[in-house]
Design a protein around this ligand. Structure first.
Ligand SMILES: Cc1ncc(COP(=O)(O)O)c(C=O)c1O
Length: 463
């Protein structure tokens, strides 16, 4: 049962070679960006049932398996990958995943990974500094933005109703949020015991951005309904449109009215690293809590998200727990009291290695480049007949329509042969196509090719 170290070295080098070819071909855009063979057929192709039943994989048979596995997946490094907000990981972060896979130091308690925990502390300190919270702030890395939002709202709940942990949640709490917030926030409200109906919509403009001038009315509505505002949420940026809320305006309103201000910066907080786009996050330091995903714009694999609070004590208040086998009184270096997870992966290492390799500047340049490429797409699309863009993009997310037909059908047609992978969403109740420029390989040529292709689909449909 011990490792055969020689076998490991052979299997690892097969993996490195396989991945090097995979990323190289993907970046060059040679194979289709995605394939979607039905699962039964794919299971056969991968020989899954036989492998599970019989075992016996060797470095050689593993190499064959891996080649098919990679071929049948979705290529996030491909220039035509323009779909979900998932990073095309940079290789230093991939190395961290590999190290974690081998050493498995679940560092939420310090004795299970002093280096991993220390790396996380320093990464968090760096993030807190970027936000402007400094030494007084607190943070923890979690497995994803959804869990991060839940954790931040737990801290908000503890601040509003400290006894909720022991006595349950009173029925009068409210969460104020624009309808454009990510679904994980309403989900968190339901998990937290507030109930989805406790999420009261803020007034927004035609693009779903919080209307700051109408915040007093919203607060009045909440109070007239006999509810207490537990927190108010803003987007930085919104998942659907990629547009940022006015954080300073909202933050000042919350501060003046004693309302906990939570910013969902899962996607857009990485713009803190770019002098060109930092202004979009002006006022972020006013937030009582913030989330920031590294597996979106800091180029790590899923999942690695930060929950940051302006006051460290607020995050400590999120959970209260006894467990004689893990909690031993004063545990100054343990993060377990701040996270939902018990066994928590070494998430800091992925962020750290990307920083160590590329520097804060390199990561910031990546964010700026992706935002600029998206802006270029908007410029190109507007010049072409038949394309309509409802707003000027602020991030690497762009929504647009082509013609008057079924936009979802256009997306399906583009994905059918793996030429392009994009998503779609509603803006102002109308379905749009949506791109997110994630891959560093996406360039102007890719964007022109996408626009050509959409026009061609229309022509073919008309013939
Ligand atoms: C704004 C925003 N918040 C939260 C999330 C959820 O993050 P995760 O997928 O890491 O759970 C997303 C995911 O796309 C998002 O865009």
């Amino acid at each position: 049962m011990t490792w055969n170290v020689e076998e490991f070295v052979r299997a690892a080098s097969v993996t490195v070679e396989g991945l090097a070819t995979y990323v190289d071909e993907s970046q060059l855009g040679l194979p289709p960006v995605l394939r979607r063979r039905p699962p039964r057929e794919l299971a056969d192709r991968l020989g899954l049932v036989r492998w599970i039943r019989e075992g016996g994989m060797t470095p050689e048979s593993y190499a064959e398996f891996l080649a098919v596995y990679l071929e049948e997946g979705t290529r996030l490094h491909h220039p035509a990958y323009l779909a979900h907000q998932v990073a095309a990981p940079d290789f230093p972060a991939a190395l961290a995943d590999f190290v974690h896979g081998a050493i498995n130091n679940p560092m939420a308690i310090y004795e299970l990974g002093a280096s991993a925990a220390t790396v996380e502390f320093e990464v968090l300190r760096w993030m807190l500094d970027k936000v402007g919270y400094g030494e007084a702030g607190g943070g923890v890395l979690t497995h994803g933005g959804s869990l991060a939002n839940l954790t931040a709202l737990l801290a908000a709940r503890a601040a509003a109703v400290p006894q909720a942990w022991t006595d349950g949640v009173p029925g009068d709490l409210a969460l104020l949020a624009p309808a454009s917030t990510h679904y994980s926030l309403t989900r968190a409200a339901a998990i937290l015991g507030l109930g989805e109906r406790a999420v009261m919509p803020l007034d927004v403009d035609e693009l779903g951005r919080v209307d700051v001038a109408r915040l007093p009315e919203a607060l009045d509505r909440v109070r007239r309904a006999g509810r207490r505002p537990m927190a108010l949420v803003a987007n930085a940026c919104a998942t659907g449109t990629g547009l940022y809320d006015d954080l300073r305006g909202i933050g000042e309103f919350c501060a003046a009215n004693g309302v906990w201000f939570h910013v969902d910066g899962a996607h857009g907080a990485s713009a803190l690293l770019t002098p060109e786009y930092r202004h979009l996050l002006d006022g972020i330091e006013l937030a009582d809590s913030l989330i920031w995903d590294a597996h979106k714009m800091l180029r790590t694999s899923g999942l690695a998200a930060a929950v940051l609070t302006k006051r460290g004590a607020d995050l400590d208040g999120a959970f209260r727990q006894q467990a004689s086998y893990l909690f031993y009184g004063d545990q100054g270096f343990d993060l377990i009291g701040r996270a939902v997870e018990c066994t928590k992966a070494e998430l800091g290492l992925k962020i750290f290695l990307n920083l160590a390799w590329r520097g804060e500047r390199g990561l910031g340049d990546y964010v700026a480049r992706q935002y600029e490429t998206a802006h270029r797409f908007w410029e190109l699309a507007r010049e072409r007949p038949g394309f309509e863009c409802p707003y000027e993009p602020q991030s690497n997310i762009v929504c647009f329509r082509y013609g008057t037909g079924d936009q979802a059908r256009i997306r399906e047609r583009l994905m059918e042969d793996g030429a392009f992978h994009l998503t779609s969403t509603e803006v102002g109740g109308v379905r749009h196509l949506r791109i997110t420029v994630m891959a560093p390989a996406t360039d102007e040529k890719t964007l022109e090719a996408l626009l050509d292709r959409i026009g061609d689909l229309d022509r073919l449909a008309g013939e």
